[in-house]
Design a protein around this ligand. Structure first.
Ligand SMILES: [Zn+2]
Length: 151
């Protein structure tokens, strides 16, 4: 694979819809987050924040921070479908409610269609919905893009 520059990799991260984490191959912060040098504008930026802004729009409020639905932010994940805005409170609540082996859980058809309805209201983050149904954040992308079967 040819070596990409940071901007090309950002574009790839923004378009990424894979369930698998996309790990930033360039400089990382001490905490593990991907770093982009934007010295002329703002200095060094967190790559996943730039991706989140591009995918989800600007930070909704100052209380919001980026949240990795895959919990791999510190491992350098910049997958655009794994980041979203969440308040600190939401972040904590979701972390606390994280189920043990969520990937084992299967939704009933009724639950699945309820979940899609819940998501379509736009009132809940994917993280909140995942926590509500005891699902892994990683599985949400798949769940949301699978049409509900008619019972
Ligand atoms: Zn990820």
């Amino acid at each position: 694979m040819p070596v990409l520059n940071t901007d090309a990799f950002l574009q790839r991260a923004i378009r990424c819809t894979s369930d698998e984490c996309l790990i930033w191959p360039f400089a990382r912060s001490r905490a593990g987050y991907g770093q982009v040098n934007r010295r002329k504008l703002k200095g060094v930026m967190n790559a996943h924040v730039l991706v989140c802004e591009a995918v989800k729009g600007p930070k909704p409020t100052p209380e919001h921070e980026t949240s990795h639905t895959c919990h791999n932010g510190r491992a350098g994940c910049v997958n655009g479908s794994h980041v979203e805005w969440a308040t600190k409170k939401e972040n904590m609540r979701v972390r606390r409610g994280r189920p043990q082996k969520p990937w084992k859980r299967k939704l009933t058809q009724k639950e699945h269609s309820d979940l899609l309805k819940m998501y379509s209201t736009g009132l809940f983050t994917q993280a909140e919905i995942a926590a509500h149904y005891g699902l892994a954040w990683q599985s949400m992308h798949h769940v949301l893009h699978t049409p509900a079967k008619r019972v």
